[in-house]
Design a binder for this molecule. Structure first.
Ligand code: GRG
Length: 301
């Protein structure tokens, strides 16, 4: 069954339908609080179930739904994306990294469980993600490809860890727009783009469709991060669920600091339009992706 929203294409309806299914899958994957070592499993569940938009799983499912019904089939992969994402947030909040006491509207993992358990909780989520993929029921070749793409998107050469290092090293220095784009495309864009590409791949997209979807993914990944930078400067901590205004205080390289807020907003509109153009050849099937792009452009948290 396609997400029922694709009949009328209501992105909020789609997210509302997908989210509980993703949460249920996550609940089944992460060991219960009572399983030894209890504190670690509590910390993993604390951060995963603290909220969060479940954007990466939703993008994966949306891309799969362009090609196939029965999106529940990709839930294990969708949940895996959230495990990797939550690991990155826990580690990002640590005092030695971005040093944030708040995440998803509640105290960060290390504020509640201490640094050592927070580091291990992140490690535990990342490891569980790859265990889940390795044990999944997709064909062997599919599992190999998914593991390879997700490791690259999370990794040290083209992925999130590379982006995090670039981001840390750039703090306090003047960067130009090209360098900023490189930081963001590694730190945030790679996992977002891969979430979409993996969904399309499992849905059986043809090569030309994979190219269009990857282009869409990289554009909305970048737009997402620019919006994140803008929100950091313009929205209260309460609404954001994390400490706002920190990027500027920490001398972080952001789009508003390089281009200004208004030019950053115009850039988001331009990139979102490009994302939509890249999937337009797919016609009506791409409607949900178009709606998601517009939803992300207008998001307020
Ligand atoms: C520690 C290896 C390592 C990497 C950290 C992703 C990341 C790299 C850091 C997160 C820092 C950050 C706030 C980046 C901005 C974009 C981003 C990933 C925002 C959080 O993602 P959302 O908005 O969060 O999807 P929710 O809580 O809704 O899941």
């Amino acid at each position: 069954m396609k997400p029922s929203s694709s009949d009328s294409v209501n992105v909020e309806g789609f997210l509302g339908e997908v989210r509980p299914a993703v949460d249920e899958m996550l609940g089944n994957l992460i060991p219960e609080d009572v399983v030894h070592p209890q504190t670690l499993h509590q910390a993993m569940r604390y951060s995963v179930f603290a909220g969060g938009k479940r954007l990466r799983p939703s993008l994966c499912i949306a891309a799969y739904s362009v090609f196939q019904d029965e999106w529940q089939r990709v839930l294990p992969v969708a949940a895996t994306l959230e495990l990797i994402h939550t690991y990155s947030l826990i580690h990002d909040d640590l005092p030695s990294m971005d040093d944030d006491d708040w995440r998803r509207g509640i105290p960060s993992c290390h504020k509640v469980y201490g640094e050592a358990i927070a580091i291990l909780a992140g490690d535990g989520l990342l490891t569980l993600a790859f265990e889940t993929l390795a044990k999944s029921e997709f064909k062997d070749g599919e599992v190999r490809n998914i593991i390879s793409w997700l490791s690259e998107a999370s990794g040290t050469r083209k992925g999130m860890i590379a982006g995090q290092v670039k981001d840390l090293e750039a703090a306090g220095s003047i960067v130009d727009e090209a360098e900023l784009e490189s930081i963001h495309s590694h730190k945030t864009g790679a996992l977002l783009e891969t979430s979409i590409s993996v969904g399309a791949y499992l849905g059986g997209a043809e090569e030309s469709e994979m190219t269009s979807i990857a282009c869409y993914g990289s554009k909305i990944g970048l737009a997402f991060q620019i919006v994140d930078d803008i929100l950091d400067e313009t929205i209260s901590s309460h609404k954001l669920g994390k400490t706002s205004g920190k990027d500027r205080k920490q001398g972080k390289a952001t789009y508003p600091s390089v281009l200004g807020i208004e030019a950053s907003r115009r850039l988001v509109s331009r990139i979102t339009a490009q994302a939509c153009e890249s999937v337009r050849p797919m016609g009506d099937r791409a409607e949900l992706l178009l709606q998601i792009a517009s939803y992300l452009e207008k998001r307020l948290n």
